[in-house]
Design a protein around this ligand. Structure first.
Ligand code: KIV
Ligand code: ZN
Length: 383
């Protein structure tokens, strides 16, 4: 069975950049957009043009600079927003508008003070108006994660009739559990008569730490586009992390889903986004955290040194790292110490290793992490 393509829609420069303190200037955004192109993303959401002249300018400059991916920009279901997206994307080689409106009763009542019927009308009108400018129209029913299933189906059916080509099932508040979100996608696949005319997209937030799991569940149930950000940055607890979805699909070939991402470019772009956006990556972050390929306990180090696959499901080279690392701490065993000392050029017998190991543990109990210089010192004292 051949693999099916999953489109990667990167929203680092829109949903990611909304985070306070993460704002970038136009030059920086163009640099990241070119790196995203290099990484192999299919769609770059470049910004929300009506939000500020600076954002308009960034979308416009990214449209000029980027050649291969589709450039997308956000709008509300409002004519002036849609007009602004059209102007900002004027120079894009391939373009898409991302327009939408709230779909849950909570949003309809408490955000728009409106009714389902009026919201549905506005949604249809926004898609129809967008079609004046764009062939490719992505529609987001905001807070679809908490929307009534049958109203959501109706909205999706009607906006597809109006010309939407991609439907983004936004779990705006990160409320869903993987099974719920997967069922939501399946329900749409089975109950919207014209669903085959559009691509279903997953857009998950990480409020319960489930954004990646929910996205994968959506893909397993028929979605074929995933919206994500580098390092999972985004509103509140963040968005789905691009690198996690890409590597999860790679690690599970039985899903028969593949992306066009060159995974070897993941670590470099992750570091750049973290540095430019002032968002440190937590050490234990999957795929790109400093500890993601570091082994620290004696049992794990011994097993890893016997065969990498004992403790690693991903080859670090596949994400752009040179090697895994073995941290030498008071939890390390003889195998790891011996391995590092040999790499540093020391030779010793197994009996000598026992004495060296005792000294090593004494030192490691005082200093949390031992570096090569500590080992040189240790060996000097021992010799
Ligand atoms: O989370 C969300 O609902 C969004 C939409 C604007 C797509 O980011
Ligand atoms: Zn979002």
């Amino acid at each position: 069975m051949s693999n099916e393509k999953v489109f990667i829609f990167d929203t680092t420069l829109r949903d990611g950049e909304q985070v306070p303190g993460c704002q970038l200037n136009t030059e920086e955004k163009v640099e990241i957009a070119l790196d995203l192109e290099n990484l192999g993303v299919d769609i770059i959401e470049a910004g929300f043009p009506i939000s500020s002249p600076g954002d308009f300018n960034s979308v416009s400059e990214i449209s000029k600079a980027v050649k291969k991916p589709i450039i997308c920009a956000l709008s509300r279901a409002i004519i002036s927003d849609i007009d602004m997206v059209n102007l900002a994307l004027k120079d894009a080689k391939r373009k898409r508008i991302h327009t939408g409106i709230g779909s849950s009763d909570i949003h309809i009542k408490h955000k728009f003070n409106s009714t389902r019927d009026k919201i549905l009308e506005q949604a249809i009108a926004a898609v129809r108006y967008s079609k004046r400018y764009f062939d490719d129209v992505e529609f987001y029913p905001e807070d679809a994660g908490r929307a009534d299933q049958d109203f959501l189906c109706k909205m999706v059916e009607e906006v597809i009739k109006a010309g939407a080509t991609v439907i983004n099932i936004a779990d705006t508040t990160g409320y869903n559990l993987p099974e719920m979100y997967g069922k939501k996608i399946k329900y749409l696949v089975n109950n919207v008569p014209n669903i085959d005319k559009a691509i279903l997209s997953v857009h998950c937030h990480n409020d319960l730490g489930l954004a990646t799991a929910n996205s994968i569940a959506g893909l397993q149930n028929g979605a074929r586009q995933v919206e994500a950000t580098i390092n999972g940055i985004g509103e509140r607890a963040g968005n789905t992390s691009l690198e996690e979805v890409v590597m999860a699909l790679k690690a599970h070939p039985h899903l028969n889903l593949e992306t066009g991402i060159n995974s070897k470019k993941i670590v470099p772009i992750s570091k750049k986004v973290s540095r430019m956006m002032n968002m440190p990556i937590q050490r234990n972050k999957a795929i790109v955290g400093a500890n993601a390929f570091a082994h620290s306990s004696g049992i794990h180090q011994d097993g890893f040194l016997k065969n990498r696959e004992n403790y690693e499901i991903i080859n670090p080279e596949d994400v752009g790292l040179k090697t895994s690392s073995i941290d030498l701490t008071a939890r390390s065993g003889r195998a790891a110490l011996k391995h590092r000392l040999k790499l540093l050029g020391f030779s010793f017998s197994n009996v000598e290793l026992e004495t060296i190991y005792i000294k090593f543990i004494e030192l490691a109990d005082k200093k949390k992490l031992l570096h090569d210089e500590d080992l040189y010192d240790l060996m000097k004292k021992y010799n």
